[in-house]
Design a protein around this ligand. Structure first.
Ligand code: 2HA
Ligand code: ZN
Length: 275
Protein backbone atom coordinates (compact mmCIF):
# COMPACT_ATOMS: atom_id res chain seq x y z
CA UNK A 1 0.00 0.00 0.00
CA UNK A 2 1.22 3.51 -0.83
CA UNK A 3 2.50 5.31 2.24
CA UNK A 4 0.66 8.58 2.88
CA UNK A 5 2.00 11.44 4.89
CA UNK A 6 -1.04 13.09 6.47
CA UNK A 7 1.02 16.17 7.33
CA UNK A 8 1.77 16.83 3.66
CA UNK A 9 -1.91 17.09 2.73
CA UNK A 10 -3.17 20.55 1.78
CA UNK A 11 -5.98 20.58 4.39
CA UNK A 12 -3.49 19.68 7.15
CA UNK A 13 -1.06 22.37 6.03
CA UNK A 14 -3.94 24.87 6.04
CA UNK A 15 -4.97 23.76 9.54
CA UNK A 16 -1.43 24.09 10.92
CA UNK A 17 -0.91 27.46 9.23
CA UNK A 18 -4.15 28.85 10.68
CA UNK A 19 -3.39 27.55 14.18
CA UNK A 20 0.04 29.15 14.11
CA UNK A 21 -1.43 32.45 12.88
CA UNK A 22 -3.72 32.39 15.94
CA UNK A 23 -0.73 31.76 18.21
CA UNK A 24 1.11 34.71 16.63
CA UNK A 25 -1.92 36.94 17.28
CA UNK A 26 -1.56 36.12 21.03
CA UNK A 27 -5.02 34.54 21.15
CA UNK A 28 -3.79 31.21 22.61
CA UNK A 29 -2.05 31.55 25.95
CA UNK A 30 -0.96 28.19 27.39
CA UNK A 31 -3.48 25.58 26.11
CA UNK A 32 -6.17 28.20 25.39
CA UNK A 33 -8.43 27.82 22.37
CA UNK A 34 -9.13 24.99 19.95
CA UNK A 35 -9.73 24.37 16.25
CA UNK A 36 -11.58 21.70 14.28
CA UNK A 37 -12.00 20.99 10.57
CA UNK A 38 -14.61 18.67 9.04
CA UNK A 39 -12.77 16.69 6.37
CA UNK A 40 -13.97 16.21 2.81
CA UNK A 41 -14.62 12.62 1.66
CA UNK A 42 -11.73 12.72 -0.80
CA UNK A 43 -9.40 13.93 1.98
CA UNK A 44 -10.45 11.01 4.18
CA UNK A 45 -9.88 8.59 1.29
CA UNK A 46 -6.44 10.06 0.57
CA UNK A 47 -5.34 9.55 4.21
CA UNK A 48 -7.09 6.29 5.18
CA UNK A 49 -3.95 4.18 4.75
CA UNK A 50 -2.38 6.14 7.62
CA UNK A 51 -5.33 5.67 10.03
CA UNK A 52 -5.64 3.09 12.79
CA UNK A 53 -8.97 1.88 14.15
CA UNK A 54 -7.93 0.33 17.46
CA UNK A 55 -8.51 3.23 19.88
CA UNK A 56 -11.53 3.11 22.23
CA UNK A 57 -14.75 5.02 21.53
CA UNK A 58 -15.50 7.97 23.82
CA UNK A 59 -18.98 9.31 24.52
CA UNK A 60 -19.53 12.88 23.24
CA UNK A 61 -22.37 13.79 25.64
CA UNK A 62 -24.35 15.18 22.69
CA UNK A 63 -25.69 13.69 19.45
CA UNK A 64 -24.92 15.00 15.96
CA UNK A 65 -26.88 12.54 13.84
CA UNK A 66 -26.27 14.43 10.60
CA UNK A 67 -22.49 14.02 11.09
CA UNK A 68 -22.48 10.26 11.65
CA UNK A 69 -19.23 8.82 10.32
CA UNK A 70 -17.66 12.26 9.72
CA UNK A 71 -13.92 12.76 10.23
CA UNK A 72 -12.49 15.85 11.95
CA UNK A 73 -9.04 17.28 12.41
CA UNK A 74 -8.90 18.63 15.98
CA UNK A 75 -6.42 20.22 18.33
CA UNK A 76 -5.67 18.05 21.37
CA UNK A 77 -6.94 18.69 24.89
CA UNK A 78 -4.24 20.42 26.95
CA UNK A 79 -2.03 20.95 23.89
CA UNK A 80 -0.52 24.36 23.19
CA UNK A 81 -1.13 26.23 19.90
CA UNK A 82 2.46 27.41 20.36
CA UNK A 83 3.69 23.85 19.61
CA UNK A 84 1.45 22.95 16.66
CA UNK A 85 3.93 24.10 14.01
CA UNK A 86 6.90 22.22 15.49
CA UNK A 87 5.03 19.15 16.87
CA UNK A 88 1.87 18.69 14.78
CA UNK A 89 1.58 14.91 15.30
CA UNK A 90 1.72 15.30 19.09
CA UNK A 91 -0.59 18.33 19.20
CA UNK A 92 -3.33 17.34 16.71
CA UNK A 93 -5.54 14.38 15.92
CA UNK A 94 -8.02 13.10 13.39
CA UNK A 95 -11.15 11.66 15.03
CA UNK A 96 -14.22 10.07 13.47
CA UNK A 97 -17.79 9.95 14.77
CA UNK A 98 -19.71 6.69 15.13
CA UNK A 99 -22.87 5.75 13.25
CA UNK A 100 -25.12 7.51 15.78
CA UNK A 101 -23.02 10.68 15.93
CA UNK A 102 -22.73 10.45 19.72
CA UNK A 103 -19.20 9.06 20.25
CA UNK A 104 -15.76 9.53 18.70
CA UNK A 105 -12.60 7.52 18.03
CA UNK A 106 -9.12 8.94 17.40
CA UNK A 107 -7.66 7.42 14.22
CA UNK A 108 -4.47 9.50 13.78
CA UNK A 109 -2.17 11.78 15.75
CA UNK A 110 -1.73 12.62 19.46
CA UNK A 111 1.38 10.43 19.27
CA UNK A 112 2.30 11.20 22.89
CA UNK A 113 -1.23 10.36 24.07
CA UNK A 114 -4.26 12.49 24.83
CA UNK A 115 -7.71 13.21 23.47
CA UNK A 116 -9.36 15.84 21.27
CA UNK A 117 -10.01 19.32 22.69
CA UNK A 118 -12.12 19.61 25.85
CA UNK A 119 -14.52 21.70 23.73
CA UNK A 120 -15.07 18.86 21.21
CA UNK A 121 -18.80 18.63 22.12
CA UNK A 122 -19.25 22.36 21.33
CA UNK A 123 -17.29 21.99 18.11
CA UNK A 124 -19.28 18.97 16.93
CA UNK A 125 -22.64 20.60 17.77
CA UNK A 126 -21.61 23.77 15.96
CA UNK A 127 -20.51 21.72 12.93
CA UNK A 128 -23.83 19.88 13.08
CA UNK A 129 -25.90 23.09 13.04
CA UNK A 130 -23.77 24.78 10.38
CA UNK A 131 -23.60 21.75 8.07
CA UNK A 132 -27.41 21.41 8.20
CA UNK A 133 -27.79 25.05 7.09
CA UNK A 134 -24.88 25.20 4.64
CA UNK A 135 -22.85 22.07 3.80
CA UNK A 136 -19.92 24.22 2.68
CA UNK A 137 -19.14 25.10 6.34
CA UNK A 138 -16.16 23.07 7.62
CA UNK A 139 -14.22 25.11 10.20
CA UNK A 140 -15.02 25.89 13.86
CA UNK A 141 -12.50 28.04 15.74
CA UNK A 142 -12.39 28.94 19.43
CA UNK A 143 -9.90 31.56 20.70
CA UNK A 144 -9.29 33.84 23.69
CA UNK A 145 -8.60 37.29 22.18
CA UNK A 146 -8.17 39.94 24.87
CA UNK A 147 -10.35 42.76 23.54
CA UNK A 148 -13.49 40.71 22.89
CA UNK A 149 -13.15 39.27 26.40
CA UNK A 150 -12.61 42.77 27.87
CA UNK A 151 -15.85 44.02 26.30
CA UNK A 152 -17.81 41.25 28.03
CA UNK A 153 -17.10 43.05 31.34
CA UNK A 154 -18.52 46.41 30.28
CA UNK A 155 -21.23 45.92 27.63
CA UNK A 156 -24.66 44.39 28.32
CA UNK A 157 -24.45 40.70 27.36
CA UNK A 158 -26.94 40.87 24.50
CA UNK A 159 -26.55 39.99 20.82
CA UNK A 160 -27.72 43.48 19.84
CA UNK A 161 -25.35 45.40 22.14
CA UNK A 162 -22.33 43.45 20.95
CA UNK A 163 -23.32 43.49 17.28
CA UNK A 164 -23.83 47.27 17.24
CA UNK A 165 -20.66 47.97 19.23
CA UNK A 166 -18.63 45.89 16.74
CA UNK A 167 -20.40 47.10 13.57
CA UNK A 168 -19.93 50.73 14.66
CA UNK A 169 -16.23 50.22 15.33
CA UNK A 170 -15.18 49.57 11.74
CA UNK A 171 -17.12 50.15 8.51
CA UNK A 172 -16.24 46.73 7.06
CA UNK A 173 -17.77 44.84 10.01
CA UNK A 174 -21.37 44.68 8.74
CA UNK A 175 -19.97 43.47 5.41
CA UNK A 176 -17.97 40.68 7.11
CA UNK A 177 -20.70 39.58 9.56
CA UNK A 178 -24.04 40.97 8.31
CA UNK A 179 -26.06 38.64 10.57
CA UNK A 180 -24.31 40.02 13.66
CA UNK A 181 -22.90 38.12 16.64
CA UNK A 182 -24.48 36.13 19.46
CA UNK A 183 -23.56 36.21 23.15
CA UNK A 184 -23.58 33.32 25.63
CA UNK A 185 -23.62 34.38 29.31
CA UNK A 186 -20.88 32.99 31.56
CA UNK A 187 -21.09 29.19 31.67
CA UNK A 188 -18.87 26.30 32.72
CA UNK A 189 -16.68 25.49 29.69
CA UNK A 190 -16.18 22.04 28.17
CA UNK A 191 -19.62 20.57 28.74
CA UNK A 192 -22.76 19.77 26.80
CA UNK A 193 -24.78 22.72 28.26
CA UNK A 194 -22.45 25.34 26.82
CA UNK A 195 -22.31 23.31 23.59
CA UNK A 196 -26.10 23.50 23.28
CA UNK A 197 -26.22 27.24 24.09
CA UNK A 198 -23.50 27.99 21.53
CA UNK A 199 -24.95 25.89 18.76
CA UNK A 200 -28.37 27.54 19.28
CA UNK A 201 -26.70 30.88 18.43
CA UNK A 202 -24.86 29.32 15.48
CA UNK A 203 -28.28 28.80 13.84
CA UNK A 204 -28.38 32.60 13.38
CA UNK A 205 -24.76 33.76 13.44
CA UNK A 206 -21.22 32.75 12.47
CA UNK A 207 -19.88 34.23 15.74
CA UNK A 208 -20.75 33.25 19.32
CA UNK A 209 -19.09 35.18 22.15
CA UNK A 210 -18.61 33.47 25.52
CA UNK A 211 -18.72 36.03 28.34
CA UNK A 212 -15.41 36.38 30.22
CA UNK A 213 -13.89 33.57 28.15
CA UNK A 214 -13.54 34.05 24.37
CA UNK A 215 -15.53 33.28 21.24
CA UNK A 216 -16.34 30.73 18.53
CA UNK A 217 -16.26 31.50 14.80
CA UNK A 218 -17.58 29.29 11.98
CA UNK A 219 -16.82 29.34 8.28
CA UNK A 220 -16.36 27.35 5.09
CA UNK A 221 -12.55 27.47 5.01
CA UNK A 222 -9.49 28.37 7.08
CA UNK A 223 -8.92 31.85 5.63
CA UNK A 224 -12.48 33.12 6.00
CA UNK A 225 -12.88 31.70 9.51
CA UNK A 226 -9.57 33.16 10.69
CA UNK A 227 -10.43 36.44 8.95
CA UNK A 228 -13.75 36.55 10.79
CA UNK A 229 -12.04 36.08 14.19
CA UNK A 230 -9.46 38.70 13.21
CA UNK A 231 -12.12 41.23 12.14
CA UNK A 232 -14.22 40.78 15.29
CA UNK A 233 -11.17 41.14 17.55
CA UNK A 234 -9.86 44.20 15.64
CA UNK A 235 -13.26 45.89 15.99
CA UNK A 236 -13.32 44.99 19.70
CA UNK A 237 -9.84 46.49 20.10
CA UNK A 238 -11.04 49.75 18.54
CA UNK A 239 -14.09 49.78 20.84
CA UNK A 240 -11.90 49.20 23.89
CA UNK A 241 -9.60 52.08 22.83
CA UNK A 242 -12.59 54.40 22.25
CA UNK A 243 -14.08 53.54 25.66
CA UNK A 244 -10.65 53.92 27.25
CA UNK A 245 -10.39 57.52 26.00
CA UNK A 246 -13.06 58.21 28.60
CA UNK A 247 -14.70 60.95 26.55
CA UNK A 248 -17.81 59.05 25.49
CA UNK A 249 -18.72 58.55 21.83
CA UNK A 250 -19.10 61.86 20.01
CA UNK A 251 -20.08 60.46 16.58
CA UNK A 252 -20.57 57.02 15.10
CA UNK A 253 -21.94 55.11 12.11
CA UNK A 254 -25.75 55.42 12.13
CA UNK A 255 -28.50 52.93 11.29
CA UNK A 256 -29.02 54.79 8.00
CA UNK A 257 -25.31 54.51 7.23
CA UNK A 258 -25.45 50.74 7.81
CA UNK A 259 -28.44 50.47 5.47
CA UNK A 260 -26.49 52.40 2.82
CA UNK A 261 -23.55 49.98 3.18
CA UNK A 262 -25.95 47.04 2.90
CA UNK A 263 -27.39 48.45 -0.31
CA UNK A 264 -23.98 49.23 -1.83
CA UNK A 265 -22.63 45.76 -1.01
CA UNK A 266 -25.93 43.93 -1.67
CA UNK A 267 -26.06 42.44 1.83
CA UNK A 268 -28.96 41.28 3.92
CA UNK A 269 -28.22 43.08 7.16
CA UNK A 270 -29.88 41.82 10.32
CA UNK A 271 -32.42 44.63 10.83
CA UNK A 272 -33.18 43.37 14.35
CA UNK A 273 -29.88 44.94 15.41
CA UNK A 274 -30.83 48.39 14.10
CA UNK A 275 -34.16 48.76 15.91
O1 2HA B 1 -8.43 24.67 25.46
O2 2HA B 1 -10.00 27.11 25.50
O3 2HA B 1 -12.39 26.55 26.48
C1 2HA B 1 -8.93 25.29 26.53
C2 2HA B 1 -10.08 26.13 26.22
C3 2HA B 1 -11.34 25.72 26.81
ZN1 ZN C 1 -11.56 28.54 25.84
Amino acid sequence: MKKVNVLDQEFMQGFIHMANDGWEQRWHERNGGNLTYRMKEEEVEACKAAFTYDQPWTDLGITAANLAGAYFVATGSGKYFQNILSKPEESLCIARLNEKGDAFQVVWGLTAGGRPTSEFPSHVMNHSVKTAIDPSYRVIYHAHPANVIALTFVLPLTDRDFTLALWESMTECPVVFPAGVGVVPWMVPGGSDVARATSALMKKYDVAIWAHHGLFCAGPDFDSTFGLMHTVEKAAEIRVKVLSCGMGIRQTITAEDFRAVAEAFQLTLNEEMLK
